[in-house]
Design a protein around this ligand. Sequence first.
Ligand code: ADP
Length: 431
Amino acid sequence: MKKEEKILQTYFGYETFRPGQKETIEYIINLKNTLAVMPTGGGKSLCYQIPGLSMDGTAIIISPLISLMKDQVDALVSLGIPATYINSSLTSSEQQNRINDMANGRYKFIYVAPERFESGSFVHTLRHMKISLVAFDEAHCISQWGHDFRPSYRSIVPNLKQLSNIPVFVALTATATEEVITDIKNLLHISDVVNTGFKRDNLAFHVIKGKDKKSYIRAFLEEHSEESGIIYVATRKQADTLYELISRYGISVNKYHAGMSETDRKESQASFIRDEKNLMVATNAFGMGIDKSNVRFVIHYAMPMNIESYYQEAGRAGRDGEASDCILLFSPQDVQLQKFLIEQSMMDDSEKLKEYHKLQEMVNYCHTHTCLQSYILHYFNDRISEHTACGRCSNCVERQEKTDITEEAQKILSCVKRMNERFGVSMTAKV
Ligand code: ADP
């Protein structure tokens, strides 16, 4: 590891490895297929960049995030490392130029989207090259149990197996349930897993119930006007409405959803990243690959469909390690909306059933009285991080006293039963 430590210091200017980095790098340079599960901001990129520099040949990085590729490549090039990306944002002649340079071994790192492997000429070129490693960034997308499943990601594997010298594989993700981890391991023949857990010590989780969401947002934004934040909504319509409302409050805000034109979306994203307008109202179409480290709060205006999506979206807060808030505004209607979205989806019955289970876990999160951070870690079966209460979330700091109302609840349920379950809330209350 002496060589790799030297690379860390000379190329990247860092003194020591972060948790999980050293182990992952060690496995890779010993040619063992490895899965690294580390939290957002944990330093996953160095886990393949350092072996890529230390080993002979070219490293192929597969990432579903086209928007991030350029930033990653620019960062490497600025360190004097030959790197490039090949994706659909380039003209076809530029793509071909880069493929030719790649064939001549000009690059140490090449970033591509999973779809690139559908191109015969790309795979053909790879066959004649010396590949040091293949990295699967955002590896949960490869699993059909992952919340961002990409079929094209999965179909890469047979193509890679055609290579004459099968290189070492490294998969990286910040969100993976036990099921997803098993799936990734089987698909990529991974024997070694480095899992540092998901815990994010700088995030404070809050669930707000029974409050008028609009008034809450207004008061919150007035108090935090200097800070950068994202407000996630459930639908495009909600995004439009909330965007207009916030603008009417006189607060400058960006908007992002899949119904907008590509130009508008790009502009909006750029304005947010450059802090021209530091607030974003968006659907879940926004965020994958947004490398903005100073997001101080992520508010969910409506409850998302599952904990995986929630933790990934909320986790966009505080990538710089500074204290940040993740606030979920819950109302019972959110559950109805999510059920509707599951019903409308193209999933088959067994997949729908799975989604309903996940939704129930999300609803339970909104109602739990235990530490919210611990709830999430438990959901991901994170046995590494200590499950002690975080001391920061809304449940940990809650000062309300608990009262036992078991008897009252029993009386109400008994009343409902004796009315043959035929009446609603108001009639039951009158009785
Ligand atoms: P992730 O992909 O896990 O979200 P990144 O790879 O983008 O995280 O790394 C997050 C930040 O941490 C980057 O700015 C990176 O340069 C920095 N970083 C990574 N490893 C180290 C290290 N060993 N020491 C100090 N900073 C590091």
